[in-house]
Design a protein around this ligand. Structure first.
Ligand SMILES: [Zn+2]
Length: 679
């Protein structure tokens, strides 16, 4: 019976686009493992999908002026296409807003409740009278109970890093509207994680996982307490109890169940709705969760406990290979800070396998690692092109030119040949072990070491000398035979990381079959067939030039640095004013809701601006410089207490701040909500 693997990669949050930082940790290692196991003949199901509920999504959709559904639709599509671009082999990519997810999650809750693991409590929560709703932590700002900082967040203080309950904040206010909040009792449901302590400890003790994963899990198990699993919101999986309208389950509760519902969706799509049980309910299935280190507690403690409380015998994870973080030139990837890689541009210039190889060979398996443009260039040029591509190309070109493009027969071996063949055998075994132990980085090293050994063998044997001496024909055939056999080994080792290039090389070797439908061990044990005609050799990897890398680095630095355009002529300063004059100004963050040209005017735009407290109509003389529609959704600085005035017959209730006059630039606010005071 083949081994059965159920492989998952963390469900990405549909609240923003993924970047290479995510891919290197939780995703590419999962795809390599799935591809390797399929080739080994295992029964593999590789599952993922978008995580689409939660307050972070309602918050960002509010700010973007979209509904939560519109928000997740956008990022589900973007992320799904990104995985496609990276040639991921998910068997299903679902989303937690899929209709089958809700009943699956509700059943989880009901089983836990029936088995005595859920308790109901009434507690005070922050309530906005103005908005007529309870506000989640993220919607609340106030004064830090520890240090007195007056712009502290609902769950932690950005100044002193204290964490607390939102109800501990002094002067709590709504982040969106600035309105005051009151305490009001609300019923919530708690999961009694403390009751699972012993069971979890016994289970974890038997695991031979990565040390950092085990250690963190044990720490969490020690401190397990009841944890709230419901909140007041209309975006989430509804609590399946009567009279509980407006209560949903927390996103951390529903998200991991998404692995199960995604498998159910897979089963439905293929017309065998019960097939998900063959994986989730079969104790011989090995469930492997690929995640980033920030997700360890959820996959090793909370989700396993939830499973332990079910009546349905779901399997627990077999292993949780959590990886560290992957940075961009020493800092976290951040699109809003301008520290990112433009993916559209990237894929115009570079191939999917170049980035897959780079991320795999640099995977953050035991420590944080990073993308640097220079290292990307070095690995693509020196390794993919210089070692792997070079060996394959010189072997195939030589075979084509001197052996009529046919794989020669090996009749005898000398010591070097035997040594080379045993290097191949050893490399395959080591790669097998590395992939089996989730070590993609090591597998890519083994690949390059074998390619390097092959280049050395080629140089020592000098086939270009042998070919000139007819009496050494048998020797020549042995050398090329060994080299072509080595290409086959390289193809196998390369396939999980750079699948499309591996398929291409397989085809160049003269095979008509599809590599991914074959078997690792059979390919390994069957020599390349004598007399098989190879295909026309071609260049596999493009060289990356210094200039393009310099250009990329400059672009990155520019995104970060303030623009430095010097004016030839700088206006002289106005007369001094006192602080009192400044105090009179009421500057606010305002979000532009709509923008249109005022008829008969070249430069006047009529804007609708949300300044938190109310909506304003503002006329701005910037129509010559910006496209009206490009302003919608942007947050600007508004002079909010300027006396209303009429411009071309249209009332203007304020003014937005803009830099420059002949050429303008508008300062935008990125994070803070409308109504925030600018001082
Ligand atoms: Zn503080």
């Amino acid at each position: 019976m083949p081994e059965k693997y159920l492989i998952t990669s963390a469900l990405p949050y549909a609240n923003g686009p993924l970047h290479f930082g995510h891919i290197a940790g939780a995703y590419l290692p999962g795809d390599c493992f799935a591809r390797f196991q399929r080739l080994k003949g295992s029964d593999v199901l590789f599952i993922c999908g978008s995580d689409e509920y939660g307050v972070a999504i309602t918050m960002s959709s509010d700010l973007a002026g979209r509904t939560p559904k519109q928000q997740v639709d956008i990022f589900h599509e973007i992320n799904k296409n990104f995985f496609k671009q990276l040639n991921f082999s998910f068997d299903n990519y679902s989303r937690t807003t899929w209709s089958g997810h809700i009943p699956t999650v509700q059943d989880f809750f009901l089983d836990l409740k029936d088995n005595g693991y859920i308790e109901e409590k009434t507690e005070n929560h922050l309530f906005s009278v103005k908005e007529n709703k309870f506000l989640a932590d993220r919607y609340v700002i106030g004064t830090c109970p520890k240090c007195g900082f007056d712009k502290a967040r609902g769950d932690e203080c950005p100044k002193c890093a204290a964490s607390y309950e939102a109800t501990d904040l002094k002067n709590p206010k709504s982040k969106l509207t600035g309105s005051d909040l009151i305490l009001k009792p609300s019923n919530h449901w708690y999961l009694r994680f403390d009751k699972f302590k012993e069971k979890l400890s016994d289970w974890i003790d038997k695991k031979n996982w990565k040390k950092n994963v085990i250690n963190l899990a044990k720490e969490y198990i020690k401190d397990l307490k009841p944890r709230a699993i419901t909140r007041d919101s209309d975006w989430g999986v509804p609590l399946p109890l009567k009279g509980c309208e407006g209560k949903v389950l927390y996103v951390w509760f529903d998200a991991p169940i998404g692995y199960i519902s995604s498998t159910k969706e897979w089963a439905e799509k293929r017309g065998t709705p019960n097939a998900w049980k063959d994986y989730w309910l079969d104790p011989t299935t090995k469930l492997i969760h690929f995640i980033g280190k920030d997700n360890i507690p959820f996959h090793t403690v909370f989700f396993p406990a939830m499973i332990m409380g079910q009546n349905v015998p779901y399997i627990l994870p077999y292993d949780v290979p959590a990886n560290e973080f992957f940075l961009l030139e020493g800092r976290q990837f951040s699109k809003s800070d301008g520290w990112y890689i433009d993916l559209e541009d990237f894929f115009k210039r570079y191939s999917t396998d170049q980035i897959r190889y780079y991320l795999g060979s640099n995977a953050p398996e035991t420590a944080d690692s990073e993308f640097t443009w220079k290292d990307f260039q070095a690995r693509c040029n020196a390794e993919l092109l210089g070692k792997l591509g070079n060996f394959i190309n010189r072997t195939l070109v030589f075979t084509k030119n001197n052996l009529e493009g046919k794989i020669p027969e090996i009749k005898s071996y000398d010591g070097d040949d035997k040594n080379f063949l045993s290097q191949m055998k050893e490399a395959i075994q080591k790669a097998d072990d590395a992939y089996s132990n989730f070590q993609v980085r090591k597998a890519s090293q083994i690949l390059m070491e074998l390619a390097q050994a092959a280049n050395v063998y080629f140089d020592i044997k000098k086939p270009w000398v042998l070919v000139k001496d007819p009496s050494r024909k048998e020797e020549l055939h042995t050398v090329l035979g060994c080299c072509l056999e080595c290409i086959k080994h390289l193809v196998l080792i390369a396939y999980p990381i750079i699948p499309s290039t591996a398929e291409e090389i397989w085809h160049l070797l003269g095979y008509n079959s599809k590599l991914e439908q074959l078997n690792w061990d059979k390919i390994k044990d069957t020599p390349v067939p004598f007399n098989q005609k190879i295909n026309e050799p071609k260049i596999l990897f493009r060289k990356i030039e210094d200039e393009e890398i310099a250009e990329q680095i400059a672009k990155l630095k520019k995104g970060l640095a303030p623009k430095d355009k010097k004016n030839d002529k700088v206006d002289s300063l106005k007369e001094q004013i006192s602080f009192d004059d400044i105090e009179k100004l009421d500057l606010r963050v305002g979000q532009i809701l709509s923008a249109e040209k005022i008829e008969k005017s070249k430069k006047l735009l009529k804007l609708k601006v949300d300044i938190g407290l109310e909506e304003r109509q503002i006329v701005a003389g910037i129509g010559e410089f910006v496209q009206a529609e490009s302003l919608v959704g942007k947050k600007v600085i508004v002079v909010a207490n300027l006396k209303p005035a009429k411009l071309m017959g249209t009332e203007s209730q304020g003014m937005i701040l803009v830099a420059g006059d002949k050429e303008i630039e508008i300062p935008y606010i990125k994070e803070l909500p409308p109504g925030s005071i600018v001082s």
